[in-house]
Design a protein around this ligand. Structure first.
Ligand code: ZN
Length: 248
């Protein structure tokens, strides 16, 4: 059974244009004052390598009207770093970014992995987490909630969460799941070898104290939906991205 997306809107994600670039957005997050976010498409490759990497990141920054874009060298781990926007880039080797600085966009690069936005705009704190199956199995979504509580005193029930387009249960086949996935993942098994990673993230967030009705999911599978880069579909090194920022 697919997990509920909890959206108050007809579609959990809508197409948006910012400047010269196309994005998808969660209308439920757009309704929160002080918060800016967007998910890019195949229109721009934001992979770390390649001649277009820096120009495309600059296009993205300008399109969203941000003072800085900050990213990390993602390694499928669970390290989370707090950033001010003054860092040299990549800001760290990590898979999660947190800030309380307005105008600083937290960027997670993806091709099937989830970006999990955690936001308490009323408290002036946001996070963006990279959670592929490895990060998910290692508890990244829960660690993000803990980090915001310990470092900024943001209670889990003050948070809003959104899970970006990513590998859907339809395409989430793990033939070596017995070796690769932890025992507790069995509850998210939806077929012989298929797993629902979105539900695994929702489960972790809810268990950490995030209110179920404040957790939004995209309804978009990156393998099925040609708007996004997919490693499973194309074996590509190209990346799309999810960005979140506090408005200045
Ligand atoms: Zn799919």
């Amino acid at each position: 059974m697919p997990s509920p997306n909890n959206s108050a809107y007809a579609e959990p994600m809508v197409a948006r244009r910012h400047g010269e670039l196309d994005f998808y957005s969660f209308p439920d997050l757009e309704a929160l004052p002080g918060l800016l976010h967007g998910v890019t498409t195949r229109q721009v490759d934001l992979a770390a390598a390649g001649p277009q990497a820096e120009p495309n990141l600059e296009r993205l920054r300008l399109a969203l009207g941000l003072r800085r874009l900050v990213w990390v060298r993602q390694v499928h781990g669970t390290e989370i770093v707090a950033v001010s926007g003054e860092e040299n880039l990549p800001a760290a080797q990590a898979d999660g970014l947190v800030t309380d600085q307005a105008g600083v966009g937290l960027l997670i690069k993806q091709a099937d992995c989830q970006a999990v936005i955690l936001a308490a705009p009323q408290r002036g704190v946001i996070a963006n987490l990279h959670a592929g199956w490895r990060g998910n199995a290692a508890g990244m979504p829960a660690k993000g909630v803990e980090f915001l509580d310990e470092r900024y005193g943001v209670a889990p029930d003050e948070l809003y969460a959104a899970v970006s387009p990513s590998l859907g249960a339809c395409c989430g086949e793990f033939v070596n799941w017995r070796e690769e996935l932890p025992q507790w993942f069995a509850q998210f098994k939806v077929g012989e070898n298929h797993f629902d990673l979105e539900s695994a993230t929702r489960h972790q967030l809810e268990a950490s104290g995030v209110r179920p009705e404040r957790i939004f999911t995209s309804g978009k599978c990156t393998v099925c939906d040609q708007d996004f880069y997919s490693y499973r579909r194309d074996k590509t090194t190209a990346r799309f991205a999810t960005v979140v920022a506090l408005r200045e």
